[in-house]
Design a protein around this ligand. Structure first.
Ligand code: SF4
Ligand code: SF4
Length: 475
């Protein structure tokens, strides 16, 4: 057997461009007129769309203990999430949460392809709402195509203006709600319409998100998925031959061709695809799924609904386009559970358990001890050894608390400064502290000690911090 790489002769003249020819690498966008379709997967998407929109628009209006369900209070550095308060010190948990989301996405993608894109991605959700408005105002796919080709008229202008006004209203509601997660929504609505903002930042961000929603869902649409979204580019890394994706079955569908409903496709030498083009007309990214898996496919399954309707009409079995995988289509054995997905699943489970443990065992109190660097120790008039520290106590609860300070690690230690103090919610309280001890208890120059702060109203809330107690050399 030869180790040489097989050589294929290529005739360079076959590919040669005529001289002075410029190849334009930019392809201008062709407007896609998406045909409305109903069906099983469209019903699932409509359900998920209402659920997600409902959550987005309602969560900022729901309150727990007088605080918004989700509220990022940037000026006070507090983050309210479902009744719990998180502080900048909790960012580790937030990072873990983001990592979990990323792994969750990998896990789901390795099993079911881009179902995130097709059913839950905000770009898809808002684009489908905008397309629904377009359909209601300008009519069906054919009517919209006709309208765009028609010369300007009062009726055309009315429809276009109405569509854009509704789009802008939805975009404005989206922008206002988004800012409502960073500024109390009830005050935001009042302040917005009474021009009561200090500075103009809230106006800026509301307008920014209004414009972004209007442009992305109204104008850019599939361009965001094709050219701006990084996820479309690296999804193939998570795919394998067992990943369930929206697929056309060429073994069953080809050779494609139109025929009468009464005709027997076998006798006509045809497959089940009647080449009606419905799967292309309903596709929001304008691709033909019959060309195979393409990175443009967002997995929305509209082509499945469309093709199933045609199969029903032709009295053929449904599923010419379906959720399937490469192995099944090639007639090979396929497995939903496989090492890669099990790996993603286990990592995901471990991280979820860790974060739940981290959140539930989290104590809303932090203590830092800084030893006074000015003097290692002092000797008092009574002959005692004294050390000074600055304690930083952070109360991360949503209410002020009284605390008590104790110290341990060396017999005879006494705190000579304040031992009980009050800290407001979210406050970083600075407490200068001095402790002293009779030198007879010191067996060395350097003793490890531990400061402890305990909440007086709930002794389970306590924090400790280690430090050192220093003394003279002659022991
Ligand atoms: S909808 Fe189905 S039958 Fe029609 S062209 Fe597409 S694959 Fe063929
Ligand atoms: S081919 Fe088009 S319609 Fe079919 S799932 Fe992909 S994006 Fe949706």
């Amino acid at each position: 057997m030869s180790d040489n790489i097989p050589v294929k002769n290529i005739d360079p003249s076959a590919k040669k461009q005529p001289e002075n020819t410029t190849i334009d690498l930019y392809a201008s966008r062709k407007k896609i007129y998406v045909k409305e379709i109903s069906g099983f997967f469209q019903r699932i998407r409509t359900g998920s769309l209402w659920l997600l929109m409902g959550m987005y628009f309602m969560f900022c209006w729901i309150s727990i203990n007088g605080e918004q369900l989700i509220y990022f209070d940037i000026p006070n550095r507090k983050f309210h999430l479902f009744g719990a308060i998180f502080w900048p010190q909790d960012f580790v948990l937030l990072s873990w949460l983001l990592i979990i989301c990323a792994f969750g996405l990998f896990f789901i993608t390795s099993l079911f392809g881009r179902i995130w894109c097709g059913y839950t991605c905000p770009q898809t959700v808002w684009t489908f709402i905008f397309m629904w408005v377009e359909e209601k105002v300008e009519g069906s796919r054919n009517q919209r195509m006709k309208l765009d080709k028609a010369p300007n008229s009062a009726a055309k202008t009315y429809k276009k203006v109405l569509k854009h006004v509704i789009w802008l209203l939805i975009a404005f509601a989206t922008g206002l709600t988004f800012v409502g997660y960073f500024y109390p929504i009830r005050e935001l609505v009042v302040d917005f319409f009474t021009f009561n903002f200090i500075g103009g930042w809230a106006y800026f961000w509301i307008l920014f998100f209004t414009a972004a929603t209007y442009a992305n869902a109204g104008w850019l649409r599939e361009q965001v998925c094709l050219y701006m979204c990084p996820y479309a580019r690296f999804q193939s890394v998570m795919f394998d031959k067992d990943t369930m994706v929206v697929s056309y079955n060429p073994n069953r569908g080809e050779p494609r061709g139109s025929r009468k409903k009464s005709a027997d496709p076998k006798q006509a030498g045809l497959g089940d695809c009647v080449d009606c083009g419905m799967c292309v007309q309903v596709c929001p990214t304008g691709i033909d799924i019959r060309d195979g898996l393409q990175y443009e496919c967002i997995g929305c399954a509209l082509c499945i609904d469309a093709c199933d309707q045609i199969m029903d009409k032709m009295n053929y079995p449904k599923g010419l386009i379906s959720y399937s995988n490469e192995n099944s289509l090639e007639g090979k054995k396929s497995r939903l559970v496989r090492p890669k997905s099990v790996g993603y699943g286990l990592v995901l489970l471990f991280m979820i358990v860790s974060v739940i443990y981290g959140v539930t065992s989290r104590v809303p109190l932090e203590l830092d001890v800084i030893k006074d660097r000015g003097a290692l120790y002092q000797l008092t008039g009574m002959g005692l050894v004294e050390n000074s520290y600055t304690l930083k106590v952070i109360n991360m609860a949503d209410k002020p608390r009284e605390f008590e300070l104790t110290v341990s690690g060396l017999e005879g230690l006494t705190i000579t400064s304040t031992t009980t103090f009050s800290v407001n919610s979210g406050e970083v309280y600075s407490l200068p502290t001095s402790i002293e001890v009779d030198p007879k208890y010191m067996t060395q120059t350097n003793h490890d000690i531990e400061f402890k702060v305990i909440a007086l109203d709930d002794t389970s809330i306590q924090a400790t911090s280690d430090s050192r107690f220093l003394g003279p050399l002659n022991y």
